[in-house]
Ligand binder design. Structure first.
Ligand SMILES: [Zn+2]
Length: 169
């Protein structure tokens, strides 16, 4: 369906342990209706490590519910549709800690994932605009059909989206 463009030449099919695929689905279900996010790292396209990252938007969105918006300036004033558009933002400190751990283990950032709780497993316009890593696959876990999570991965380079293949190992 999607033509494979600009994928890193030495990686044809990413390998992701089933255990990590299950962990990502569990993470998505835990945060539903908010989006989850995280990073996968490995060597040469074979994933070995999973880092859950706090979605600060989900945290703030919960704060909006708890505090009735009074103390939440940033997200409290956004419309629901805008909130959905900026539905995940990875905690920068946790990202740095994950990158440091990857360096220490000689691992490469391989996959950046997040969930879509009400839409298909395809990158939104915002997702494409925020995709800064052309050599990293973007994986989306769709919970549009709650009992049948759909996981798909993409390369996003210069705003061009192409399917990234992965296989459970
Ligand atoms: Zn998205």
């Amino acid at each position: 369906m999607h033509q494979l463009l600009n994928s890193p030449s030495d990686v044809t099919v990413l390998k992701i342990p089933r255990k990590i695929l299950d962990e990502m689905i569990a993470h998505a279900r835990e945060l539903d209706p908010y989006e989850c996010c995280g990073l996968l790292a490995g060597v040469n396209g074979t994933v070995s490590h999973h880092y859950r990252i706090t979605n600060t938007v989900a945290k703030d969105a919960r704060a909006v519910e708890v505090f009735d918006g009074a103390d939440v300036k940033q997200l409290g004033n956004l419309s629901d549709s805008t909130k959905a558009e900026v539905a995940y933002f990875m905690d920068p400190k946790e990202m740095l800690a994950a990158f440091k751990d990857m360096r220490q283990r000689n691992l490469e950032l391989t996959v950046i994932y997040h969930s879509h709780t009400h839409s298909s497993a395809y990158p939104s316009t915002t997702d494409v605009g925020l995709a800064y890593y052309p050599d990293v696959a973007y994986l989306i876990i769709s919970l549009e059909h709650k009992s049948a999570p759909d996981l798909r991965a993409y390369w996003i380079k210069d705003r061009l989206v192409s399917q990234a293949e992965f296989q459970p190992v």
